[in-house]
Design a protein around this ligand. Structure first.
Ligand code: PXL
Length: 275
């Protein structure tokens, strides 16, 4: 059984964070493990406002020791880290255990929020984790933050940002334009492998229920790498996977809705358009 880890926050609503990662790993037939960095909750009495409860340094280290020291993995991803010590511990364990298949999802915002949660933490994340990343998966906002370009809102700017982010140490940069590129008729993402650009396009799914789409995409890339795919193939399959997931997205309540990562399997297994 191939093993894979996530170092991420728990999303109590189940759509993003380590819950999305483990669901995705399961779809790829992998044995998923998780080191929890923080617990994120959403308050229905405050329009689904987020609260974040970080775990202690001791608790995070003990989990990383369990996962990397005690078992070992074919690949890992990190998501919301939430503290300087979680960034530093991630660096320590990914490098000490020589996890080459490491996918860095540089989570800086929750859905609908364009304010970086903590700019200094984001600089630490860039300095310490980009050099270890086989693939980094920023959205347009995160690509702007990581590159220092003010706004990344076109393919041209995505290329420029990708070059800068690769210069900071990431081996491959996958910038998710998705539905956010102005006038996009398709969902357009860009992979830069340090030499060439690859534009990936798929059907643009028109839905408000996209909670956890970034987490699912980076988990799917890590899962593809664990299965032995090369970076381009892992990214291309992840794009198909998230497109299928979003095509069956659904609301949890009036504020939020996730994709459905089991949609592809259910269609294949049961040959129906079941959600
Ligand atoms: O989608 C970003 C994200 C990542 N990780 C956790 C989250 C969220 C957004 O809600 O809660 C734990």
């Amino acid at each position: 059984m191939l093993k894979i880890a996530t170092i991420a926050g728990s999303d109590a609503s189940g759509g993003a964070g380590l819950e999305a990662d483990l669901k995705t790993y399961e779809e790829y037939g992998l044995y998923g493990m998780a080191a929890v960095t923080l617990v994120a909750t959403m308050d229905p009495a405050r329009q689904w406002a987020h609260d974040v409860f970080p775990l202690s340094e001791k608790a995070i280290r003990a989990q990383l020791e369990t996962v990397f020291g005690g078992v070992g993995v074919a690949a890992a991803k990190s998501g919301m880290l939430g503290s300087f010590y979680a960034v530093e511990l991630t660096r320590e364990y990914i490098s000490a255990h020589k996890v080459w298949n490491y996918v860095l999802d540089p989570v800086m915002v929750c859905k609908g929020n364009d304010e970086a949660l903590n700019p200094e933490l984001n600089s630490a994340l860039a300095a310490k984790l980009l050099p270890l990343a086989l693939v980094v998966t920023p959205n347009l906002f995160e690509a702007g933050q990581l590159s220092g370009l003010k706004e990344v809102n076109s393919l041209e700017k995505m290329r420029e940002a990708a070059r800068i982010i690769a210069d900071k140490g990431a081996a491959n940069v996958f910038i998710k334009g998705g539905p956010k590129l102005p006038q996009a008729a398709q969902s357009v993402d860009l992979l830069y492998d340090g030499k060439d650009f690859h534009q990936l396009e798929d059907t643009l799914i028109h839905t408000d229920w996209t909670h956890g789409a970034g987490c699912t995409t980076s988990a799917a890339i890590a899962a593809g790498l664990a299965r032995g795919l090369r970076v381009y193939e892992a990214v291309a399959l992840a794009k198909k996977f998230i497109t299928a997931s979003l095509s069956a997205s659904f609301p949890l309540n009036r504020w939020v809705g996730p994709g459905n990562p089991s949609h592809w399997r259910k269609n294949t297994l049961f040959g129906c358009d079941c959600s």
